[in-house]
Design a protein around this ligand. Sequence first.
Ligand code: A2P
Length: 281
Amino acid sequence: MKEIVLNDGNKIPIIGFGTYKATEQEGIEAVKFALKNGYRLLDTAAKYNNEEAVGKGIKLSGVPREEIKVTTKLWRENLSYEEAKSEFETSLQKLQLEYIDLYLIHWPANAKNYDHWQHANAEAWRAMEDLQTEGKIKSIGVSNFWPGHLEALFKTARVLPAINQIEFHPGYWQPAVTAYCKTKNITVQSWSPLGRGAVLENETLKKIAQNHKTTVAKVCLRWVTQHEVIVIPKSTTKERIKENIDIFDFKLTQEEIQQINDIPKLGYSGEHPNVWPDREE
Ligand code: A2P
């Protein structure tokens, strides 16, 4: 499996396994199955309510802990120094782990929900930097941050975020955020690479899939990785869990990548960093 070297020197696989919406029993089985089938990067979050399941799946898989990279996230309503520290400990306990490989701020604080949003992000970040210094986190990063949130964070940050995990799929791939992160050497990770299934019937994607005798899902995932973006597809279906890691038997041409880049807005979640808890259409 191809790995990406992060700006802090740590390496992580270009494909990981997403667990959003997986329930307790489903989550245990899916994580175990994913690890047995070659996944070595797992993605969960305090908000997903399945960290315990992910932890159990890891133990039951028999794969040594040190071979697995585990990501979890600090929820957006807990952005202060103290809460970041205590929420992190709770996640660690639920996952039954000694350390986390990648800890992310799930969403930036925004002006609708915080009196001083910049301060809230900065303080949560300071706690994460301290936890990293203590050895409890290998890499620290953010999620759903736009350049403005990152610029604000840089004013006080001692450590540059290693990762920015954003909504990234055909029909909504945030090219400006992606390009900005590249200039700062922040690796982009894609959430919802299939636009929650909305892209599967797109004609452009279907045609490209036919050219390569493959599926639309694999075309989407390959397109993400050809952007040098890490992808974390989620599925609780065994066949799809296997399909989603088996995407290196074909390569998209530059022309096909461009066609996919140009797909009009499609499958957008409506989740917006400055608008939460509301959604956009
Ligand atoms: P399922 O769990 O039944 O496989 P996204 O990651 O863009 O949010 O999309 C997730 C959705 O896409 C899930 O509902 C998942 O359903 C479905 N999915 C995941 N992998 C595939 C695949 N290879 N082919 C079709 N649908 C998929």
